[in-house]
Design a protein around this ligand. Structure first.
Ligand code: ZN
Length: 334
């Protein structure tokens, strides 16, 4: 468990053992070869890093004990950022994606009741990436893919990457769009706000909106994207998004409003946001059926996240959907 200084107010422990029945989708690991570079970790307090780094490659007793303490039955594991997306050589990216996915598959086989996997994708070579996604889903039993932001400067609305969306539709699995290393931050960005504090959410929310306004979902209406961090702030912004998009001269005709596409093609998770007000806003704007619990382990406090959702002041039926039922249906877990 990650202990951090100066955290916001958190729910106190009730002293009761958690019921182990939750499913969590933004739970990271790393193969040794892809442990985050100093560039990806530069924003972390060194004391926090000392706790996080040993937990990334660990897929055994410590992780399972932390899941137990948070009441998590199943963790859907993914290679942590920036992962494959940071590799400039295309054939090395393909080799490493296959290696990471095989390593994850081995760990899942050792804990078939507790672990599932999202595939890492070598989008540097789109044909190889689609083949790898098919292999991971059809042969290894993975439940989707997770991409860490842009790949070598290319965002997922790039027409070159269109076969990915088709493959996701054909396989009927979701894509988890996770922050990675942005290409260029705007001049307004300062170190104090970059990284997980704000910069990565800004980049990832923009990435998601690019998919909408560039018409990805007009072409691929059955594609599903999952955003972490309570939807990277977008649930709060939907009204203004529609209002101002209707008045921009650069509007593409996407057949409907941006918010309608967001409600239709996106799911969000609660990873890294243990805040009743943010959750209530997301339920009000998206409906509980579009929200799933996650923790962002090992970057966030998994026990706190579990305790928070167990105690959140929301409708009990909505809580059950968010804690496990929607994930079970979307990812076809049995
Ligand atoms: Zn994460």
């Amino acid at each position: 468990m990650v202990k951090q200084n100066r955290t916001p107010p958190i729910p106190a422990s009730t002293g009761k053992e958690p019921t182990i029945n939750k499913i969590a989708l933004e739970e990271h690991f790393s193969i040794r070869e892809l442990l985050p570079t100093s560039e990806a970790l530069e924003f972390f307090d060194p004391q926090v890093l000392d706790v996080i780094e040993p937990l990334l490659p660990e897929l055994a007793e410590t992780r399972l004990a932390n899941m137990d303490n948070a009441g998590i039955e199943i963790a859907v594991l993914s290679q942590t950022a920036p992962g494959i997306q940071a590799i400039s050589d295309s054939s090395e990216a393909s080799t490493m994606a296959r290696h990471a996915n095989d390593a994850l598959h081995t760990s899942i086989e050792l804990q078939p009741q507790r672990f599932r996997g999202f595939a890492a994708l070598n989008l540097q070579d789109i044909d190889a990436a689609c083949a790898e996604l098919k292999r991971c889903v059809n042969e290894l039993g993975f439940v989707g893919a997770l991409v860490n932001g842009c790949t070598q400067g290319e965002y997922l609305d790039n027409p070159r990457l269109d076969p990915l969306w088709l493959t996701l539709e054909q396989l009927d699995v979701p894509l988890y769009l996770h922050p990675g290393l942005p290409t260029n931050q705007p001049a307004s960005m300062v170190k104090e706000l970059d990284g997980a504090t704000w910069g990565w959410s800004f980049d990832t929310a923009t990435h998601a909106l690019r998919l909408i306004v560039k018409g990805v979902f007009e072409k691929h209406p059955n594609a599903n994207v999952i955003l972490g961090h309570m939807g990277e702030n977008l649930p709060f912004y939907l009204w203004r998004l529609d209002s101002r998009y209707s008045s921009t001269r650069y509007r593409n005709d996407i057949g409907t409003t941006p918010s309608a596409v967001f409600r239709q093609n996106f799911f969000i998770t609660t990873s890294g946001v243990c805040d009743d007000a943010a959750l209530q806003c997301s339920i009000a704007t998206l409906g509980p059926e579009r929200i799933m619990f996650s923790t962002d382990y090992p970057y966030e406090d998994i026990e706190l996240a579990g305790r928070w959702i167990d105690q959140a002041t929301i409708d009990p039926l909505a809580k059950t959907m968010i804690s496990r039922d929607t994930a079970r249906t979307l990812l076809r877990l049995n």
